[in-house]
Design a binder for this molecule. Structure first.
Ligand code: NAG
Ligand code: NAG
Ligand code: NAG
Length: 468
């Protein structure tokens, strides 16, 4: 999460001596214009075909409400007061953007990104019409009235108890910098776990894997880093298995940790950490396929690519097979899901705690090849879409009974006070017109589009809750 991604498009134009090459410039412009015209007519044909696909795929009555496009019209305020040092350092001279406002603790827009406790979502209070509504970015209280602490989280649906378990980083401690150039951090407290039947009312099940207070050489010593815990259930062993990113404060250890429990609510026994397949591993997730085979997916080679490989039958180790995917694309925060035999993945770019553009990827085989489709975000405004609604992917929850519908789980990090980071949950729908590949390629399969719809508030269809 620390390695900054520096894309630089080549901008060199062959002509730099003014008028001498103006003739060739005219000719090339003409050629370019004809080429664009030709491409445009090809695309309009393809889009006509996609229109039909859209009609067939996204007309499930339950999802219409979720697919409403909701716009945001946020004006960047005129600056009067001082900017925080953090924001000033980031962009010293350029005009301010919404991302600068987002990172500026003194911004007049602070309440837009981090609404205060007065607006907190409180499932215990009789919320009237607001019951079951998700409010992305607002404080979300558990059944005891405390803000939910499950950042970089993942969801386990436990079929034996028909219960959802939400695991994440419990970050309710002070944010500080371990040294001058270090990233903002909170000492490890542990992995928090919350349970729910309706995905809205969450009961705190406590810290299911706790930090080590005294033993400094232990992976879980509070001075280290524990991120993105994910839990799956192993039918063969009857164990709940947790995988997580384990690191030191400087992110040089770059390993995965594994823990195990007999119960979804722990306590989990920490087994060990390792560098999977011998490679550095930072942001990661695990994915359990329909056939019971589970996979580890992790950012590697200094976050420049992802690696994917199957776990052993007991889910406690990786098998030797591994594929390098999205090589050179610098992606992190992977979240996988599967729909109608196709695998999908949402990733973020690598800009530390600052938000950036999400991309959707698809593959016919989980081991690849994976293709990058494009930005899945819809609605809000352009800046919202380019910043993944000011959040970073962490998990995608399937909604049984509504084919092609999911909840996109993301974190709106607050680097000034990480414990106050927010959750952005939004509907994710697979269907509709195919995305155009990044590099135009006629051999490219026409994947259905993955769409994440912005909503200031929304809820799951009534019939979904009734079926719980
Ligand atoms: C609920 O919605 C109805 C109709 O829109 C409205 O009249 C009522 O005031 C709302 N109640 C609450 C508590 O918001
Ligand atoms: C401290 O942790 C390390 C690594 O887990 C372990 O090998 C060692 O036995 C622990 N020391 C104590 C005193 O528990
Ligand atoms: C992290 O890096 C800083 C600066 O290079 C160094 O002073 C510190 O000892 C390092 N900490 C760890 C845990 O490696």
């Amino acid at each position: 999460m620390r390695v900054r991604n520096k894309y630089r498009k080549p901008t060199a134009f062959p002509c730099n001596a003014g008028s001498r090459c103006s003739m060739s410039a005219v000719v090339w412009s003409l050629v370019g214009f004809l080429l664009v015209l030709h491409m445009y007519s090809r695309f309009s044909n393809i889009n006509a075909v996609n229109g039909d696909i859209q009609l067939r795929m996204s007309n499930h009555p339950l999802v219409h409400e979720l697919e409403q496009v909701e716009k945001e019209n946020i004006q960047i305020p005129h600056r009067k007061g001082k900017r925080s040092p953090r924001a000033a350092k980031r962009r010293p001279k350029r005009t301010t953007t919404l991302i600068d406002e987002f990172l500026d603790e003194n911004s007049q827009l602070r309440h837009v990104f981090f609404p205060d406790m007065k607006t907190a979502v409180n499932p215990i209070k009789d919320s009237g019409n607001d019951s079951y509504h998700y409010h992305p970015g607002r404080i979300w209280l558990d059944t005891e009235g405390n803000p939910i602490q499950a950042h970089g989280g993942g969801m386990l649906y436990d079929e034996r108890s028909n219960t959802y378990y939400w695991y994440g980083e419990y970050k309710d401690g002070p944010t500080y910098h371990a040294h001058k150039k270090g990233a903002a951090r909170v000492d490890i407290i542990g992995v928090g776990c919350y349970s729910s039947k309706d995905l809205w009312t969450w009961k705190n099940e406590g810290i299911v894997l706790a930090a080590e207070e005294t033993n400094e050489t232990h992976d879980l010593h509070k001075s280290n880093v524990l991120e993105r815990p994910k839990v799956i259930y192993n039918e063969n062993t009857g164990k709940y298995v947790m995988w997580m990113h384990i690191d030191d404060a400087n992110y040089t250890k770059a390993a995965v940790g594994i823990a195990i429990s007999d119960y979804p609510t722990g306590p989990f026994d920490y087994l060990r950490s390792q560098r999977p397949h011998g490679y550095d591993s930072r942001d990661m997730t695990i994915f359990k396929d329909d056939d019971g085979v589970a996979y580890l997916i992790y950012s590697s080679e200094d976050n420049s690519e992802l690696h994917i490989g199957p776990l052993t039958e007991d889910y406690l180790d990786v098998k030797p097979e591994m594929q390098r995917i999205l090589v050179g694309q610098h992606r992190e925060a992977p979240a996988l899901f599967k729909y109608q035999g196709t695998y999908y993945m949402i990733t973020s770019g690598c800009t530390g705690w600052a938000p950036n553009e999400a991309l959707a990827h698809a593959a016919e085989s989980i081991m690849g090849p994976w293709e990058t489709m494009g930005n899945p975000c819809i609605g809000g405004n352009k800046m919202f879409r380019l910043a993944t609604f000011f959040a970073q992917s962490t998990f995608v929850i399937p909604l049984p009974g509504i084919p092609g519908s999911y909840i996109f789980m993301a974190d709106r990090w607050n680097p000034a006070d990480l414990r106050d980071s927010r959750y952005v949950w939004l509907p994710l729908i697979v269907g509709g017109p195919a995305d155009r590949p990044f590099e135009f390629n006629f051999g490219f399969p026409l994947w259905p589009r993955v769409s994440i719809y912005w909503h200031r508030k929304w809820r799951l269809p009534l019939s979904w809750r009734a079926s719980k």
